[in-house]
Design a protein around this ligand. Structure first.
Ligand code: GLN
Length: 239
């Protein structure tokens, strides 16, 4: 590893990683390597303190108990909060949105304090939201529709210091009736999209990478398989 190696933090894959969310780190590494950057994934498990020095971070989804273990660990080792404060991009999938919020209520009604990096709160909804979700992004830097697979019972309300990631066109999203999907605040992007989200949404992957590298543009990648995957997933989401 050299000084110029881009380091991607895969945060708590031992407890947070439903539906192959760890794949998001692989996508970031591959899109960097294809452009000639040295890149490596740093796995941070429950046995490790959370480093604040990495270039970009990803966290996956989880069910209630695993989510609680992750919350406790991130409160004890505030490296992720410190990294986000200096502007390092963070991608938080599903349960990770809930963990990074002010609090979340588990499916049996227990209220758990979160990490408070995102101005949002989560409570269980009557019905679990499962299926393909399609959205139109509402943040600067994204133009293409986003596609993913959602499976959550929590419904997330976004406070005034944060904003949604996108407007839902098919599926449920945050699930509190405001038509929003995801929570964005500072350098943190949270979404309910599994998939893994970055395999399906290369523009989102490149937005995180541009921010990690501090560049305005990245050379486009010609990846017909990715285009094909997107075509299929966008069509599946509309059915
Ligand atoms: N336990 C959370 C919920 O059901 C998150 C689930 C997930 O990450 N897939 O809302």
């Amino acid at each position: 590893m050299s000084d110029s190696t881009v380091r991607i933090g895969l945060v708590l894959p031992d407890v947070m990683g439903t539906y192959g969310d760890g794949g998001n780190a692989l996508i970031l590494r591959q899109r960097l390597r294809l452009r000639g950057y040295d890149a490596e994934i740093v796995e941070i498990t429950l046995s490790d303190p959370v480093p604040n020095s990495l270039d970009v971070y990803t966290l996956g989804g989880a069910e209630d108990y695993a989510q609680r273990l992750a919350t406790r660990h991130l409160q004890r080792y505030p490296g992720l909060q410190e990294a986000a404060d200096r502007g390092a991009p963070v991608l938080a999938i599903c349960a990770a949105i809930q963990v990074l919020g002010h609090w979340y209520e588990t499916s049996n009604g227990e209220k758990v304090d979160g990490v408070a990096m995102l101005d949002c709160t989560t409570s269980p909804q009557e019905k679990r939201s499962i299926g393909e979700v399609l959205t139109i992004p509402t943040i600067d830097g994204l133009t293409a529709p986003l596609t993913g697979f959602e499976n959550h019972r929590g419904g997330t309300s976004v406070g005034s210091s944060a904003q949604g990631l996108a407007r839902v066109t098919h599926g449920v999203g945050n699930g509190v009736g405001d038509g929003r999907e995801g929570v964005v605040q500072g350098s943190v992007i949270g979404t309910y999209m599994h998939g893994p989200a970055l395999a399906r949404n290369p523009e989102l992957a490149d937005l995180l990478l541009k921010r990690a590298l501090g560049v305005d543009e990245l050379p486009p990648l010609d990846l017909p398989d990715v285009d094909q995957l997107r075509k299929e997933r966008l069509a599946a989401g509309r059915r």
